[in-house]
Design a protein around this ligand. Structure first.
Ligand code: ADP
Ligand code: MG
Length: 612
């Protein structure tokens, strides 16, 4: 329950709405509780006026609510006939019902709307927090889990801020008001009415626990089924090509079967729940009629038919709110569990955050790595060992090495996706941990190794984050990335949708659009991470040709597993297992005849084979 405290700030934010809502709850119940009194009066009045056999007036007039007493006073002193008065009472009861309905409507309008507003705020809060969290967090939490919390858990919390609060307020209002007027009417009869209540509470508690356990289990099974179905749709091509439809179906059936069994089990328990509550409430009614009837027959205790009818109406009034206690309790329990899960994330501090006094710098492009060691958190893989590298403004550096040698890690550290474990990385002499994060990342153009395009138009994917409506610079970037021709061949050109509902691009096309996205930013520092791996040799040379022009005054780090012999690098760094094993210009490294020369010769042979 303590986890729900995190919601206090929202409840406080919407305190006016909440308090008005609670006032409406009381008003609707107030008008509701008046109708048994008017009914009681009219029954007594008819008996008295027609002088029915067995009728004996009560010793004292019933202690009704002040509004009802005023109404009775006015009616009794009016010139209406008996029939007219009965009709008038009927109309009054109708008006009371309408008033009650009106306030019920307003109550939902204020409390349920409040819960929707809180849901909206909470989703935004969580989304904003997700964005602040670092790369290590996203490595250790799966997307499904993140999505579940922002969708499922938030909506379960909404059941607390909306319906649960409403039902609770309603329960308090209905019990306090009806018990208050019942006591005023007849204390003894009230006790009989309330006698089965403890039994009711215990029943609700036990049955509700069972229901809760079962529905938790069902929720978990449902999530399994969804994941199962989702995976088979996205992997449908693999399933079909390996002819595994039957196996997948069997798997799905097994999950569904488990779900079916549990759902039916729950339905059984629920089927017992409402009848047992109805039974207990019926017991109250029975006691009232029996004991009230006996009192009436023997003419003592000041109880007439009117009082019995009133009490039966009060019991009916209590039955829904009381039977909803179980539902409300489980809503609160689930909301608390969900909020606990949300708090876990909201209280996670990002490992990478802005320095207290961030340096606002205009990056020139001087980079130095000083004794950098880096171990990936959680996996403990040491990706860089005692790494030293000095890059001057305007230099073009190539980083080569086999997969897993730590090339991409260099890019991650420069962008401060992770902090170096030991050592220092400086940009223009400032430690990157002291540079404003946003400014740092804004000034580096980065083409990641794994391309990611959004389900949006080609233009928006290239412009990503830049102001819209600059078609000329989009076209220029596309031309530099050698993807212009292909975009022109698409039916809607730059307006073509990419992704699930649009065109399917080849790996190379995706890479080039991703390059165009980086080129459009035009900063002083550029990092390309193996971004030409899916591009053929001819296109590669084309891109390198146009990049030359683009990179003229910029510092560039080009990570690659192929050697661009045509590109005149200032320095080539060969990495192996996180360490620099060779370093120098193309000519120097060829001379040294080491790893680089070997790689170069092998590549030449392959190219000869292809072209020959
Ligand atoms: P390269 O880009 O040269 O292929 P990486 O820099 O991606 O190499 O990886 C270097 C080493 O770090 C590898 O052993 C890889 O398995 C590991 N590694 C890479 N990324 C992560 C990560 N996010 N979490 C844990 N280990 C990682
Ligand atoms: Mg890599």
């Amino acid at each position: 329950m303590k986890h729900l405290k995190a919601l206090n700030k929202y409840l406080w934010k919407y305190k006016t709405r909440l308090s008005i809502g609670i006032v409406f709850v009381f008003l609707s119940n107030y008008f509701n509780v008046l109708s048994p009194q008017v009914t009681g009066f009219v029954i007594d009045f008819v008996q008295k006026s027609l002088n029915l056999a067995g009728y004996h007036p009560g010793a004292t007039p019933p202690n009704y609510d002040i509004l009802v007493r005023k109404f009775i006073d006015a009616v009794e002193h009016s010139k209406f006939t008996v029939g007219g008065i009965v009709a008038l009472c009927g109309i009054t009861i109708l008006i009371l019902a309408l008033l009650r309905g009106l306030f019920l409507f307003l109550m939902r309008q204020s409390i349920i709307v409040m819960s929707r507003l809180i849901e909206f705020d909470q989703k935004n809060e969580i989304y904003k927090h997700y964005q602040k969290l670092d790369a290590a967090f996203f490595k250790t939490h799966n997307t499904g889990d993140l999505m579940n919390r922002i969708a499922e858990d938030v909506s379960r919390v909404r059941y607390f801020t909306g319906p649960a609060i409403m039902y609770l307020a309603n329960l308090v209002a209905v019990i306090s008001l009806s018990v208050f007027y019942m006591m005023k009417r007849n204390e003894e009869l009230t006790l009989y009415v309330l006698a089965p209540l403890p039994l009711l509470a215990v029943t609700i508690y036990f049955v509700n626990n069972i229901i809760n356990k079962k529905s938790e289990r069902i929720q978990a099974l449902l999530s399994d089924i969804t994941t199962n179905a989702q995976e088979s749709y996205s992997g449908i091509r693999v399933i079909k090509s390996f002819v595994q439809e039957r196996a997948m179906l069997g798997f799905f059936k097994k999950n569904s079967e488990e779900y079916r069994k549990n759902a039916i089990g729950l339905a059984k328990v629920e089927a017992i729940y409402f009848p047992s509550i109805t039974l207990l409430i019926g017991l109250s009614t029975l006691l009232t009629i029996m004991i009230g009837g006996l009192y009436y027959i023997y003419g003592n205790r000041n109880i007439g038919i009117d009082a019995i009818v009133e009490f039966v109406m009060y019991i009916n009034m209590l039955s829904f709110p009381v039977s909803a206690i179980g539902l409300t309790a489980s809503m609160i329990q689930r909301a608390a569990a969900s909020q606990k899960r949300l708090n876990e994330f909201l209280l996670t501090e990002p490992a990478i955050h802005n320095p207290p006094e961030p340096a606002i710098v205009q990056l020139q492009g001087n980079i130095s790595f000083v004794n950098v060691n880096f171990t990936y958190p959680h996996t403990g893989i040491q990706a860089l060992k005692n790494f030293n590298l000095e890059i001057k403004k305007g230099e073009k550096i190539a980083i080569v090495g086999r997969t897993g040698s730590g090339k991409s890690t260099i890019a991650h550290l420069l962008l401060r996706m992770y902090n170096a474990t030991t050592g220092e990385i400086k940009l223009d002499g400032t430690d990157i941990r002291n540079i404003d994060l946003k400014i740092l990342r804004e000034q580096i153009s980065y083409v990641p190794q794994d391309v990611f395009l959004f389900s949006d138009t080609v233009e928006n994917n290239i412009l990503f984050g830049m102001e819209k409506g600059q078609r000329d610079i989009v076209e220029k970037a596309a031309r530099q990335a050698s993807v212009e021709k292909e975009i022109h061949s698409f039916s809607r050109q730059y307006e073509t949708m990419i992704g699930e509902r649009g065109v399917t691009l080849s790996g190379g096309q995706k890479q080039r659009i991703s390059i165009a996205r980086a080129l459009i930013k035009d900063p002083n520092l550029v990092i390309f991470d193996d971004c030409l791996s899916a591009v053929d040799v001819k296109t590669e040379q084309e891109i390198i040709g146009s990049l030359y022009e683009f990179l003229r005054s910029k510092t560039a780090i080009i990570i690659t597993h192929r050697i661009f012999s045509l590109f005149n690098f200032d320095k080539i760094v060969v990495l192996d297992d996180g360490e620099i094993v060779e370093e120098g210009t193309h000519a120097e490294l060829m001379e040294a005849n080491g790893y680089y020369a070997g790689l170069y010769n092998r590549q030449q042979e392959q190219e000869d084979e292809v072209s020959g």
